[in-house]
Design a protein around this ligand. Structure first.
Ligand SMILES: [Zn+2]
Length: 136
C-alpha cells in the first residue's frame, strides 16, 4: 500500500493517479533512481539494455550451438532473444539512451535474429531432407 502525498488516501501499489484527489503519485524509488542516474555524469549500466545485450549474446551463442545440434530450437531461441533485444534497445533509444551500450545491444540483437533465422531455415530444410531420405 502507498499513501497519497496530497490527501493521505491509502492506495494500491502501482497506482499512478490518486482516485480521490487526482494527484499524480510520486514515482517509485526504482524509477526515480533510473531517471536521475544519467545526470550523475558517468554513464550507468542500464539493466534493461544490459539484459538486451546479454539476450542478444545468448542468441548468438544459441546459433553457434545450433550449427551442431538442435538447430530448430536454438534458432527459435536466438530469434526470440533477438526480437526482445531489438524492442528493448529501440525503446531505450526513444527514451534518449543512445549510448554505445544501446547500439551494441541493438546490433547484437539484429545479428541474433538474422543468424537465428538462417539456422532455423537451414535446420528445417535439413530435417525435411533427412526425413525424405529416411522415408525413401
Ligand atoms: Zn489524493
Amino acid at each position: 500500500m502507498i499513501k497519497c502525498p496530497k490527501c493521505g488516501a491509502e492506495l494500491a501499489d502501482g497506482t499512478t493517479v490518486c482516485p480521490k484527489c487526482g494527484a499524480p503519485m510520486a514515482p517509485s524509488p526504482a524509477t526515480l533512481k533510473a531517471e536521475t542516474a544519467p545526470a550523475a555524469g558517468k554513464a550507468p549500466l542500464d539493466s534493461k539494455i544490459a539484459g538486451a545485450l546479454a539476450g542478444g549474446i545468448i542468441g548468438i551463442v544459441a546459433c553457434i550451438i545450433g550449427i551442431f545440434f538442435a538447430g530448430i530450437i536454438c534458432g527459435c531461441i536466438a530469434i526470440a532473444t533477438g526480437i526482445t533485444g531489438i524492442i528493448t534497445s529501440t525503446k531505450a533509444m526513444k527514451e534518449g539512451k543512445r549510448g554505445g551500450l544501446t547500439m551494441a545491444a541493438l546490433i547484437v540483437s539484429i545479428v541474433s535474429v538474422g543468424f537465428g533465422a538462417i539456422i532455423l531455415i537451414l535446420s528445417i530444410i535439413s530435417t525435411i531432407l533427412l526425413t525424405m531420405a529416411a522415408v525413401a
